[in-house]
Write a protein that binds this ligand. Structure first.
Ligand code: KIV
Length: 286
């Protein structure tokens, strides 16, 4: 069941906390434009994340690293125009919060003031706790992100499951506790064994939103393009495709090309008629 079902107006971080405290499973999905935002919002998703995954999914980069503040803000504004109820979370891009407390607070503030976001998300464990504290102190809700952190995946041995051995599992649990203590309102936990995700969810008071982290989290997040089968470059094994939109779209586009070539489109029903007979139009011109 969605957070604060029946509530009028936009959801707040307090609604998210209350829903999790009631034992309701939270949902978060990505959107990068107004159209997708309106669609997922109308379905009742609790949170919309303008993820820096937009770098790969819609901007064509090879990773999330090149994504800039300006690109993120441009897409946040579009998503904000399309959503009406879901809490809007903006993903702080690489190097927008690692270069000092001032940069972290100023950039988080831009997500709120210029992007229309309700909260920001940033990746990392102990090394980002000071930044989290500073942003929270400025009155901006922060969502943490630990486990597999795509912005620094190279340091983690690539895009692979984290926390498989006892030492690294303990480290992730300690990071979750440190972020909770620093003031995050929720945590994304990416690509870890289900057993570890369960331990993190049970041992922290903030909602844990899993992605590739099994069923025992307080909620789940996916990249919407993955969920609907619209991103073909790669598909992580933890994704469930609820639709296959890419093949359907290719078929539709191929039909259009074929029908235009054959003169089958546009037909009579797609053509406007004139208000009065225009039979003499060409003669008059001559
Ligand atoms: O950038 C993103 O879309 C994310 C989610 C996958 C959690 O960080």
């Amino acid at each position: 069941m969605a957070a604060a079902k029946g509530k009028k107006g936009k959801l707040t971080v307090a609604d998210i906390a209350a829903a999790a405290a009631d034992g309701r499973k939270l949902t978060m999905l990505t959107a990068y434009d107004a159209g997708f935002a309106a669609l997922v919002d109308a379905c009742g998703v609790d949170m919309i994340l303008v993820g820096d995954s937009l770098g790969m999914v819609v901007l064509g980069y090879d990773s999330t690293v090149p994504v800039s503040m300006e690109e993120m803000l441009h897409h946040c504004r579009a998503v904000n125009r399309g959503r009406s109820r879901a809490l809007l979370v903006g993903d702080m891009p690489f190097m927008s919060y690692q270069t000092g407390m001032r940069d972290a607070v100023v950039n988080a503030g831009r997500f709120m003031k210029e992007g229309g976001c309700d909260a920001v998300k940033l990746e990392g464990g102990m090394e980002v706790c000071d930044a989290v504290r500073a942003i929270v102190r400025a009155g901006i809700p922060v969502m943490g992100h630990i486990g597999l952190t795509p912005q620094t995946a190279g340091n983690l041995g690539g895009f692979k499951v984290q926390g498989r051995d006892l030492a690294s599992a303990k480290k992730i649990l300690a990071e979750a506790r440190a972020l909770e203590e620093a003031g995050v309102f929720a945590l994304v936990l990416e690509c870890v064994p289900g057993e570890l995700a369960r331990a993190v969810s049970e041992r922290t008071s903030v909602p844990v939103i899993g992605i590739g982290a099994g069923a025992h989290c307080d909620g789940q997040v996916l990249v919407t393009h993955d969920l609907v089968g619209l991103f073909e470059r790669f598909a992580p094994s933890f994704v469930k495709k609820y639709a296959e939109l890419a093949p359907a779209m290719k078929e539709a586009v191929s039909c259009f090309i074929k029908e235009v070539g054959e003169g089958a489109f546009p037909g009579e029903e797609h053509t406007f008629s004139s208000g009065e007979p225009l039979a003499g139009l060409l003669d008059e011109e001559e």
